[in-house]
Design a protein around this ligand. Structure first.
Ligand code: DX5
Ligand code: ZN
Length: 221
């Protein structure tokens, strides 16, 4: 299965979001990575739930990849209108009852995904193998774009891949944070399937967006 792209909309031109999203849609990109932050789980705020819901109006084929960096994320599902086609990542570190939050995502017809931050042991995922469609491995400390890779990210990715492979389940691995032009190749080699592309790649200065998307796919095919 070829690598899939999930450009991080918080890194796009925030004054032209409609155009940015329709451009990605026309380029055939699989996901739009939408970071939601509560200023408690992480010391930052990006889009509110009304924006996360409104993004759908600009999306025809591209799917919402909603990364909720917030405590008790289920509080936001209604206003985000979580529904079939969405992939929703919630943080292991932010949920009182991870199992019930993942089940709530599934009950809305969306794809449950469990995110783990850099200081969380990768092995915690073993309790959720039959409840997720993907794991989101944070390769930076969540909250801000433009950060350097967190320590041991590649080893953690390889460990996560071996757990998923041993399970025999079709669970995708998404990487998020400093997925640069160089890192994305090594991440693909270590088992990543979905790449959150932000300021370190498609929203960097090296290429215009259309060309950046083509180059990225050539690196992770
Ligand atoms: C950080 C966000 C990432 C970030 C990626 O908490 O989850 O999506 O925007 O951007 P770069 O590529 O700059 O790390
Ligand atoms: Zn993210």
């Amino acid at each position: 299965m070829a690598g899939m792209l999930s450009p991080s909309v918080m890194c796009a031109d925030l004054l032209h979001l409609y155009d940015e999203i329709t451009k990605l849609d026309s380029l055939g990109v699989e996901f739009l990575h939408i970071d939601f932050m509560d200023n408690k789980f992480v010391p930052n705020i990006t889009f509110d739930t009304n924006m996360v819901r409104s993004f759908k109006k600009a999306m025809k084929n591209i799917r919402r990849d909603i990364h909720i960096m917030a405590f008790e994320p289920q509080k936001y599902f209604d206003n985000m209108e979580i529904s079939a086609g969405d992939m929703v990542s919630v943080h292991y570190e932010a949920c009182e009852d991870v199992h019930s939050v993942l089940a709530e995502i599934r009950s809305r017809g969306a794809s449950p995904c469990l995110a783990i931050s850099p200081d969380t042991p990768v092995g915690v995922v073993k309790d959720f193998m039959s409840e997720v469609e993907a794991f989101l491995l944070m390769t930076v400390y969540p909250g801000f774009a433009g950060q350097p890779l967190a320590p041991k990210s590649m080893e953690r990715l390889a460990e996560l891949k071996s757990i998923v492979s041993a399970s025999g389940k079709d669970i995708k691995i998404e990487v998020d944070g400093n997925v640069s032009w160089d890192h994305c190749v090594e991440m693909r080699e270590n088992g990543a399937d979905i790449f959150v592309a932000g300021s370190s790649s498609v929203y960097g200065q090296k290429y215009p967006l259309e060309e950046a998307v083509k180059v990225f796919y050539s690196l992770v095919k």
